[in-house]
Write a protein that binds this ligand. Structure first.
Ligand SMILES: CC(C)(COP(=O)([O-])OP(=O)([O-])OC[C@H]1O[C@@H](n2cnc3c(N)ncnc32)[C@H](O)[C@@H]1OP(=O)([O-])[O-])[C@@H](O)C(=O)NCCC(=O)NCCSC(=O)C[C@@](C)(O)CC(=O)[O-]
Length: 362
């Protein structure tokens, strides 16, 4: 495999788009790629399914998670402790947690199951189940030796989105997060933060302040979040603005190792922006199998970048994910069929077509 070497010349595009703020500099990647392993956070069962019009049964959700756990992926967002009136598709999350606590993952994989909590009540509900099952977040007894339970919490980078998504201002949402992190730390639960609409807001447009995103990210980390996923909820991000945002995060003193990137592929820019992130040194990316999802507050929004497309791109760049692309492609086709929707992964469809072709070739 040839050494991964890119020269995207992002800097000249950046200069045109942002003449005042961005320093002129050449953009060489080689020195930044010190490690070639990327951790993918599979968000299909939560971020994907929460936005699908058709609800699926608990059994199908469990089957989805079981199959995903067999692909080599190490972090799976399994559900969300939100009121059913806000997100009806996530209503069976308690049962999912219970089931996963009782079931060792297949193939002896070490898997972290992550649950979104919008407020302290969500985390209290999760902890009640954890304790009633006699489990801790990082279960150490034999039956549960290889699963851990994590949470995600979230804030938004614009006031309008914060109001629509969480019924409160940004400042109030940060205050809401504080006791969640404190309780999670007390219970030894790993915490992931999200900053939504980091590269574009359905109400306020693409010009979201990178400084504001960096400020919220830093606040979540200072409170005790273990990593923060910076989310392009609307898919409005472009390569130059992604780079500008990454520079703002670095300038705020935030280490790349504390960051993940979460791209939706509404404008088909997710993989381009992923490469910008890779070049900058980010090694954690979120994606959903089959490109499941959308966003109820963002008209026309498609789902997350598909895991199959992301894995295909990363492997093509010589990076490692530990994920079996063929198996992931089969799951993408299967879950799309269960949901009665098109499979949004080009690499997934192409992989399956290639396998079918190989089988029928004389
Ligand atoms: C934050 C709230 C709850 C405030 O919602 P609210 O209506 O202001 O809540 P409230 O505190 O006034 O309570 C209202 C009722 O809900 C109950 N309640 C309160 N909390 C809970 C809970 N956790 N679980 C179960 N029940 C709960 C509470 O007990 C009460 O019950 P009642 O007295 O009426 O019977 C609401 O705004 C909410 O759930 N928002 C989250 C919506 C959501 O999940 N959005 C999608 C996730 S974010 C996302 O997807 C983006 C991301 C992360 O993927 C990254 C990206 O941007 O791409």
């Amino acid at each position: 495999m040839q050494k991964f070497k890119l020269s995207l010349r992002v800097s000249s595009a950046l200069r045109t788009a942002h003449p005042r703020t961005t320093p002129l500099r050449s953009y060489s990647t080689e020195a930044r790629l010190t490690t070639d392993h990327v951790r993918i956070v599979e968000v299909g069962p939560r971020d994907g399914l929460q936005n699908e019009k058709k609800s699926i049964s608990l059994e199908t959700k469990l089957e989805l998670i079981r199959r995903l756990a067999n692909t080599g992926v190490t972090t799976i967002e399994a559900g969300s402790f939100v009121p059913a009136k806000w997100v009806p598709q996530m209503a069976s999350t308690s049962e999912i947690l219970q089931h996963l606590l009782r079931t060792p993952p297949p193939s002896q994989n070490q898997i972290a199951y992550n649950y979104l909590v919008p407020n302290i009540k969500g985390l209290e509900n999760l902890v009640t189940i954890l304790e009633s099952e006699g489990a801790t977040a990082g279960s150490k007894d034999d039956a549960k030796a290889s699963t851990t339970t994590e949470i995600s919490l979230f804030a938004a980078a614009t006031e309008s989105f914060s109001k629509a998504n969480t019924n409160c201002t940004i400042a109030e949402s940060i205050e809401r997060v504080r006791p969640i992190v404190a309780l999670a730390k007390e219970k030894d639960i790993r915490v992931r933060g999200y900053v939504s609409v980091a590269l574009g807001c359905p109400y306020e447009g693409p010009d979201v302040s990178p400084g504001k995103v960096a400020e919220i990210t830093a606040t979540l980390l200072e409170m005790g979040a273990d990593e923060v996923s910076v989310a392009d909820t609307t898919g409005m991000g472009t390569a130059p603005r992604t780079l500008e945002l990454l520079h703002a995060l670095s300038a705020a003193g935030i280490a790349n190792s504390d960051l993940a990137l979460h791209f939706h592929d509404t404008y088909g820019q997710a993989l381009v922006n992923t490469i910008v992130g890779l070049e900058h040194g980010i090694r954690i990316f979120d994606s959903s199998v089959g490109g499941l999802g959308g966003c109820p507050y963002s008209k026309g929004a498609t789902g997350n970048v598909s895991t199959e497309d992301l894995v295909h791109t990363l492997h093509g760049l010589g990076m490692h994910t530990g994920i079996d692309l063929e198996e992931m492609s089969r799951i993408g086709a299967w879950i799309s069929e269960q949901l009665g929707r098109a499979n949004d992964s080009r690499a997934g469809k192409a992989t399956l077509a290639r396998i079918a072709g190989e089988k029928t070739c004389p």
